[in-house]
Write a protein that binds this ligand. Structure first.
Ligand SMILES: [Zn+2]
Length: 210
């Protein structure tokens, strides 16, 4: 599939593994832009208790980006690019600045955090360290990247503001998420699929004209 190119292939594989493990369905990687090599990868593990060294799991700090940072074998992330399937949250965006990430690439916007970058301009340290930002990706990958964590939100946080905002921003994705939650046969078919098959099942085949 031409739309999934490195390093996004790795980042989406991480997101898919996170989703299938019952976590928040987000993947991340730190990439050296000089040769596009992957320096560290991470996936959201909030619902796992892996107890692997240098891995956050089983609590709400175990975001994909935090796990990529936790696997970093150097003093900071200066010069590195952070790739993530979902626009970073407040915790991960702040950590990216603390560790001097140069550029953040995200596949899908998170309506909860859109516009947050403007906050960083209010203080000299964050204004200086705020990384460049690119995203979202093309429609199909962006919708898939937004859908996976939305399933977790709708399943575990019904009635909360994150659920209500997700439903307002993406009613079509919310109905797919609802189907995954109530239709066991569909959920089982999706759960046994590889990444590319899951994209077709959940979002539909690629547009042949794009
Ligand atoms: Zn985060």
């Amino acid at each position: 599939m031409s739309e999934l190119t490195p390093p996004w292939t790795t980042v989406f594989d991480e997101a898919w593994a996170s989703f299938r493990a019952g976590s928040f369905g987000v993947g991340a990687a730190l990439v050296d832009p000089t040769d596009d090599s992957i320096v560290a990868v991470g996936r959201n593990r909030v619902a796992q208790r892996d107890a692997q060294p240098r891995t956050l799991s089983g609590n709400m700090t175990a975001h994909a980006e935090m796990n990529a940072f936790a696997g970093l074998d150097r003093f900071n992330a200066a010069g590195l690019h952070l790739y993530t399937t979902l626009q970073p949250c407040l915790m991960c965006a702040a950590t990216a600045m603390q560790l001097k990430v140069a550029h953040v690439h995200f596949a899908a916007e998170d309506e909860f955090f859109v516009g947050m970058d403007e906050l960083w301009l209010q203080h000299p340290v964050t204004a200086e360290r705020a990384p460049a930002s690119s995203g979202p990706l093309g429609d199909r990958l962006a919708r898939f990247a937004r859908l996976l964590p939305m399933v977790f939100t709708l399943r575990h946080f019904p009635g909360r503001s994150a659920e209500q905002q997700a439903r307002r921003a993406h009613p079509e994705l919310a109905s797919t998420a609802d189907r995954l939650i109530v239709d066991e046969e569909f959920a089982s078919e999706v759960d046994s699929a590889d990444l590319r098959t899951a994209l077709d099942l959940l979002i539909g085949p690629p547009d042949p004209n794009s």
